[in-house]
Design a protein around this ligand. Structure first.
Ligand SMILES: *[C@@H]1O[C@H](CO)[C@@H](O)[C@H](O)[C@H]1NC(C)=O
Length: 289
């Protein structure tokens, strides 16, 4: 009898403790589910900490590796600078040799820069733009073809939508006051239609000043990591410091095809050093060169 009792009690005690553990597990699971539902707990999610569109303090973290070759360009990566305007910096887009090549090609042909007269659509001299410059025809030689192919790959805009490469030189005190790259006249859109995007390539470092500034950009300008290195003019907006080989892409049009007023931009006066840059303007349609 005793033996039988022991035997009959044994399994029932075991099953009651496993039932208890099971019940506790169920309760624990429900507790976790309730906490998740109430938002007290959250599942770690790497994409969840993506920056808000105009949080300029986050831009250093928002990089995309593009390092690919040993063609003298060093590490390449793309930095999202701003979403209003849409602006991106491709670091080490050009090699030092390419920068020097473009400068030397342009040097003998530099002329005082002009701006487009919005009444007549013709070029005119201007005090708002005091640099000198020249155009290098599209597809002019192998090196330029290679650069133009790279520009098309970066912007996703075909080579034949681009105007010729413009090379610009700013000496101390020279600048380009804020303006839009899109046209406000009929004359200039006859070939290729409106300008959709611009790539500014910096062909030299500038010791001080010479920033590209977007005064109408959205966000807190002073939260950019390089704020303390900017000139007074550069602090008047969201600024990009010129660095040899870097390319700044910005869009004059929003994704819906309308003009983007936040693309207003200018070249700050050079304070120390020399600024050489190259501009590629891109059109919505094929541009007959
Ligand atoms: C802008 O950013 C700077 C630097 O991060 C900060 O000190 C300042 O309080 C910010 N301003 C606003 C209005 O958020």
């Amino acid at each position: 009898m005793v033996v039988k009792g022991r035997h009959s009690r044994g399994p029932s005690r075991k099953s009651s403790s496993s039932t208890l553990i099971f019940a506790l597990l169920i309760m624990f699971s429900f507790l976790i589910l309730i906490l998740l539902a109430l938002g007290i707990l959250s599942i770690p999610n790497n994409s969840g900490d993506s920056p808000k569109p105009n949080d300029l303090s986050s831009i250093v973290h928002n990089t995309l590796d593009r390092s690919d070759g040993h063609d003298g360009r060093g590490d390449q990566w793309v930095e999202v600078i701003s979403w209003e305007p849409r602006a991106f910096v491709y670091h080490n887009f050009l090699s030092k040799d390419e920068c020097e090549y473009l400068i030397n090609l342009a040097k003998p042909h530099m002329q005082k820069s002009t701006v487009v007269d919005s009444a007549t659509g013709k070029s005119k001299d201007s005090r708002v733009r005091t640099s000198s410059g020249t155009f290098l025809a599209r597809g002019r030689d192998k090196i330029i073809q290679k650069i133009e192919k790279r520009l098309a790959d970066f912007t996703f805009i075909p080579v034949d939508h681009g105007e010729g490469l413009q090379i610009l030189h700013y000496e101390v005190g020279q600048k380009y006051e804020s303006h839009y790259d899109y046209f406000l006249d009929e004359f200039n859109t006859q070939n290729g239609g409106q300008r959709i995007a611009t790539v500014l390539m910096y062909l030299s470092d500038v010791e001080e000043g010479g920033e590209t500034v977007f005064p109408a950009a959205k966000g807190n300008f002073s939260s950019v990591p390089w704020w303390n290195e900017l000139s007074e003019c550069g602090k008047g907006g969201l600024s990009v410091k010129p660095k040899m080989g870097d390319a700044l892409l910005f869009w004059s049009m929003k994704p819906d095809g309308t003009q983007d007023p936040s693309s207003l931009h200018g070249g700050c006066p050079v304070i120390k050093g020399n600024k050489w840059s190259s501009t590629k303007w891109m059109r919505v349609n094929e541009y007959k060169a």
